[in-house]
Design a protein around this ligand. Structure first.
Ligand SMILES: [Ca+2]
Length: 116
């Protein structure tokens, strides 16, 4: 992927590092960044995810097998995966989803976030 942000995250993605929000937030208004939620209807604990590849989900990203809804602002694409390392079943979102279905609810283990 090409870097529009210029923080050098491509190198860290290749190395398989877990990226944190602070790696990407500089200069991007918070409301324009995708956010994942612990519960349906955008409730519970939540975390903003800047552009990048989250090969595992730490508590900073709400956690593994916990996410139940996702806000995706216009211009973003969020790909959810049921296994770590962008493996397993996948679901691509380009808009808000208030209720993940049974295939993905509490089963998301890695995420790719891109700007369209
Ligand atoms: Ca949940």
């Amino acid at each position: 992927m090409s870097s529009q942000l210029g923080f050098g995250f491509e190198q860290r993605i290749r190395e398989g590092a877990v990226l944190t929000l602070s790696d990407f937030m500089d200069g991007i208004p918070e409301s324009q960044v995708p956010r994942v939620f612990e519960h349906h209807d955008f409730k519970g604990r939540s975390a903003e995810l800047g552009a990048g590849t989250y090969t595992v989900l730490t508590d900073q990203q709400v956690g593994d097998n916990i996410i139940s809804s996702v806000r995706v602002p216009a211009g973003w694409k969020v790909s959810l995966f049921t296994d770590p390392g962008l493996q397993g079943r996948s679901l691509v979102l380009t808009g808000d989803l208030a209720r993940l279905d049974g295939e993905f609810d509490d089963k998301v283990s890695s995420i790719k976030v891109e700007r369209n």
